[in-house]
Design a protein around this ligand. Structure first.
Ligand code: PGA
Length: 250
């Protein structure tokens, strides 16, 4: 299928104070307004910045997303944020199952699946992250691990409109290392096969690559078959780095 619109999403992680974040977002919005581009663009800032960014980016076409959500819609969960609250603050999507959440907060596939369901319940697109560790890659377990994460993390109500997959090898995140294009192609093909086998519209899901995507490698990575865009961490923090990645998709 060639009609999947690319998505390039910036994951700001725990970075950004209001004034600087608004300035970078404005600079990005100006770049996008001045230059034709094919990809859909999203920024996933710290949740506390969603509302001010939503106000300043209104009409820009840039989607906003959360970086995590709780599975429940409300309740006694100190420090957590419901998908409904992200939506209320202006989010259109939410990242779930990022490897940093899986590692730092013990999130299992079952928890990630419940969070993806919560995203759907709230009307958000769930960006579901998967990826192997270096030990799993070196042990030849990558395809097995990614297939198992995919099966366990995707709820049955997932479809091409409400769910995006992000393949992010843990060892490529924030390290400057990336898999070879052949390795990326192999994993994305596996994910596509699994999606087709399980979902009627499995051919339509967008599958992003993430992990050390930079202006100088973005075009190559996103030209790989079944790579429908990118999830970008460090290089999404500055409009001057993020824009060339978006432009790399045409
Ligand atoms: P990175 O992060 O681009 O800084 O490697 C990607 C991610 O964690 O989503």
């Amino acid at each position: 299928m060639t009609d999947r619109q690319a998505l390039i999403a910036g994951n700001w992680k725990m970075n950004g104070l209001t004034a600087a974040a608004l300035a970078e977002a404005k600079a990005l919005a100006e770049k996008l307004a001045a230059n034709p581009h094919k990809a859909q663009v999203a920024i996933c800032p710290p949740a506390i910045l969603l509302a001010p960014l939503a106000a300043s980016l209104s009409g820009s076409g840039i989607l906003l997303g959360g970086q995590d959500c709780h599975a429940k819609a409300s309740g006694a969960h100190t420090g957590d944020i419901a998908a409904e609250q992200l939506k209320d603050a202006g989010a259109a999507c939410v990242i779930v199952g990022h490897s940093e959440r899986r590692a730092d907060h013990g999130e299992t596939d079952a928890i990630v699946r419940a969070k993806a369901e919560a995203a759907h319940r709230a009307g958000l697109i769930a960006i579901v992250c998967l990826g192997e560790t270096l030990a799993q890659r070196d042990g030849g377990e990558t395809l097995k691990v990614v297939a198992s994460q995919l099966r366990g993390s995707l709820p049955d109500d997932a479809n091409a409109a409400n769910t995006v997959i992000a393949y992010e090898p843990v060892w490529a995140i924030g390290t400057g290392r990336t898999p070879t294009l052949e390795q990326v192609a192999e994993v994305h093909a596996l994910i596509r096969r699994e999606l087709r086998a399980r979902f009627d519209d499995g051919a339509g899901f967008r599958i992003l690559y993430g992990g050390s995507v930079k202006p100088d490698n973005a075009a190559q990575l996103m030209a790989v078959a079944d790579v429908d865009g990118a999830l970008v961490g460090g290089a999404s923090l500055k409009a001057g780095d993020f824009w060339p990645i978006i432009a790399a998709k045409g």
